[in-house]
Ligand binder design. Structure first.
Ligand code: ADP
Ligand code: MG
Length: 263
C-alpha cells in the first residue's frame, strides 16, 4: 500500500470509529497502531486491544452513570470500615454480604443500632459494591422517599415516581425511625416494600429496634405488614457498639452483646 492510500485508509477508519461513537478507540487508534508496528502485533491483536480500551471506557462511563443515578450522599467502601472499632459486629456476615449473594437471592439487609455506629456507611458500601458489579441501585432516606412519593402523588405522577424505588435491583432506605411516620407515609413505605417483595433487595437502616416500630408508625397494622415483608428473607445486623463520630470522647468498646443475627 502506498503511503497516501495508507493515510486515507487510516482517516476512514478513524471516521468509522467516530461515526460508531467508539470515541476511545478513535482517540487511541494512532498510538495503538504505532505500538502494533513496534511490537509486530497481528491484526487480531490490534483489534482486540483497541476494542478492549473501548469496552473499559464504556464500563467506566456506565458505572459513573449508575452511581450518579443512585444518589449516594457520600462514597463509602467496606475497606474504609474499621471493624476493630465495632468488635461485636460479625465480620463474617459482612464479608458474606459483600459477595452480593443477597442480591441474587433477593434477600434484604436490615442494619439496626444507635447513631454513629456505621449503619449508613455499611449500607452505602454494599450499595456501591452492587453498583460496581453492574446492578442498578438507588439510595434514599426514608423521609425523602416518602416526601418524593407524596409530592408526585399530588401531581398525579405517583406510579411514575414509584418506579424509581421499585425498578432498581437494590433500594437503600436510610434512617427509618428518626422521625415518626404518619398513616400516609407508612402507606408509601408499605407500597414500596411490598412491590419489591421477593423481586429485589432492600437495605434498610434504623436507629430503632423492631419492637419500637410501633412508635415510629402511626398505623400498627401497616407497621406489622412492613416488618413482615422486610424480615421474610433478611439478614439482620444489630450493631450495639459505640458511635464512631464520638470516638475521641469514649473508652474503647466493651463487650456487651450486639452479635449479628442471621435469619
Ligand atoms: P449511622 O448511620 O449508624 O448513624 P454512619 O454510618 O453515618 O453512622 O457513621 C458516622 C460516620 O462515622 C461516617 O462518616 C462513617 O463513615 C464513620 N464510621 C462509622 N463507623 C465506622 C467504622 N467502623 N470505621 C470507619 N468509619 C466509620
Ligand atoms: Mg445513618
Amino acid at each position: 500500500m502506498t503511503a497516501t492510500a495508507q493515510a486515507s485508509s487510516y482517516q476512514r477508519l478513524r471516521e468509522h470509529l467516530a461515526y460508531l461513537k467508539l470515541d476511545t478507540a478513535a482517540e487511541q487508534l494512532s498510538q495503538e497502531l504505532d505500538l502494533a508496528t513496534k511490537d509486530k502485533l497481528s491484526a487480531t491483536q490490534v483489534l482486540e486491544r483497541l476494542l478492549e480500551l473501548e469496552v473499559e471506557a464504556t464500563q467506566a462511563r456506565r458505572l459513573r452513570g449508575r452511581l450518579r443515578w443512585a444518589h449516594y450522599p457520600v462514597h463509602k467502601t467496606l475497606t474504609d470500615f474499621d471493624f476493630d472499632f465495632q468488635p461485636h459486629l460479625d465480620r463474617q456476615v459482612v464479608a458474606e454480604l459483600s459477595t452480593l449473594r443477597f442480591m441474587e437471592e433477593h434477600r434484604n439487609v436490615i442494619l439496626l443500632g444507635p447513631p454513629g455506629v456505621g449503619k449508613t456507611h455499611l449500607a452505602i458500601a454494599l450499595g456501591v459494591a452492587a453498583t460496581e458489579a453492574g446492578y442498578r441501585t438507588c439510595f434514599s432516606s426514608a423521609t425523602d422517599m416518602v416526601q418524593a412519593l407524596q409530592a408526585a402523588h399530588l401531581e398525579g405522577l405517583a406510579q411514575l415516581k414509584m418506579r424509581n424505588y421499585t425498578g432498581p435491583s437494590l433500594l437503600v432506605i436510610d434512617e427509618l425511625g428518626y422521625l415518626p411516620l404518619d398513616q400516609t407515609s407508612a402507606n408509601w413505605i408499605f407500597q414500596v416494600v411490598s412491590r419489591r417483595y421477593d423481586r429485589g433487595s432492600v437495605i434498610l437502616t434504623s436507629n430503632r429496634g423492631f419492637s419500637d416500630w410501633n412508635q415510629v408508625f402511626a398505623d400498627q397494622v401497616v407497621a406489622g405488614a412492613i416488618v413482615d415483608r422486610l424480615l421474610h428473607n433478611a439478614t439482620v445486623l444489630n450493631i450495639r457498639g459505640h458511635s464512631y463520630r464520638m470516638r475521641a470522647h469514649q473508652e474503647p468498646a466493651t463487650p456487651k452483646g450486639g452479635r449479628a443475627v442471621v435469619r
